[in-house]
Design a binder for this molecule. Sequence first.
Ligand code: ATP
Ligand code: MG
Length: 426
Amino acid sequence: MIIQKPKGTYDLFGDEGKKVLYLEDLLKALMQKYNYEYIKTPLFEVSELFHRGVGETSDIVSKETYDFVDRGERKMTLRPEGTAGVVRSFIENKMYGRASQPTKLWYFGPMYRYERPQSGRYREFYQFGVEAFGSSDPLLDAEVISIPVNFFKLLGLRGVRVNINTLGDIESRQNYRKALINYFKPHIDCLCCDCKNRLENNPLRILDCKVDHDLDIMKNAPKIYDYLNESSKKHYEEVKNYLSSLDIEYIENPNIVRGLDYYTHTVFEVEANVEGFGAQNVLCGGGRYNSLVEAVDGPSTPGVGFALGLERVLTALEFEKKELPIEDKLDVYVIPVTEKEKEYSISLVNTLRMSGFSVDMDYMSRNVKGNFKQADRLCAKVVIIVGEDEINQGYLSIKNNINNTEDKIDNDYIINYLDEVIEEVE
Ligand code: ATP
Ligand code: MG
């Protein structure tokens, strides 16, 4: 039996691989413009971090983690999301002590969740995310929301919708929590199994339930806006004002609550409004978490961030028929005419590569005709033919596919020649 990949995972190669690298480059450049710093944390952490940093009652921790005991009897978990590890690192490396605040970080990498595999839902998937610590200014909420918005704009995705909501500060949230428990208690029999448990543990999550979504009792549930204290209202109004200053359209959606206990104030999701996209249309989610750093035993520090699922972005691009510029042409293909010219050719290939060109040569002992075919397959801009005469007389025969000419170029001038012809097309 051939061994197959684990359920819910995929191999990345070919055009899909190129697309992911392209998106990664784009995100890296975007983060430089926003002045965010790159951070990479381990793919596994001690399990307790996620219990405290994501929350016992969240779906992620209660049923989706990959847990294992290592050879030193330590309980470990493959990271299901990026925030907890970044918060741990922020505290452990005392980033809160830096003179320059806020501390704005971004990450990109695989996450692991034991979910039922289905379209848009994998057990190993990639997230890009940011976490910004140290400022409770609503300006930073708006900046963070603008990151996925601008990313999708750069990609040319059209049907993108920003949904926002607020959960208020801890006091407002507590009051709202009580109101929800009182409201849903008499209706407990109508709720799904998960929501019956959520009633005491995490009643806000009932609003976000995919099963009970359409029930009438959902529509009449108490709204957070009636439970916000003055400072929470002010924060929310300011976030909305800044979003307007950024020309970001948004929809206020009181059912966005996010899974975690530590969210305060702003929560948001960005969805692709694409027909047929279905349940995987949420591309990204995030919000403000002013009590998270403390929950992981750090000094009380406000934070705001989001995470974006890369596979879903790729699917949205496909649905909108957006091509990414991933086609890479080879600059130069080198053909040794016979075995005898191989040594000279490999040295030439090396020199050209170190001069900045993308270069390949024949490794299959093809004849010249077969090699020209191979050069076509690789879309080589320039083909260099190395024969006995060429080596003896110090020149190179060129087939220039950019302007369809054939040239003979002195050895010493080959780099100048390539600089000229290849730059022309770029
Ligand atoms: P959902 O409600 O779809 O389960 P979530 O609330 O679990 O989403 P987050 O933890 O907020 O998702 O993760 C942020 C983003 O990561 C999601 O918006 C989505 O794009 C992506 N994502 C989450 N889980 C998966 C998965 N199993 N496979 C692929 N992408 C995922
Ligand atoms: Mg989920």
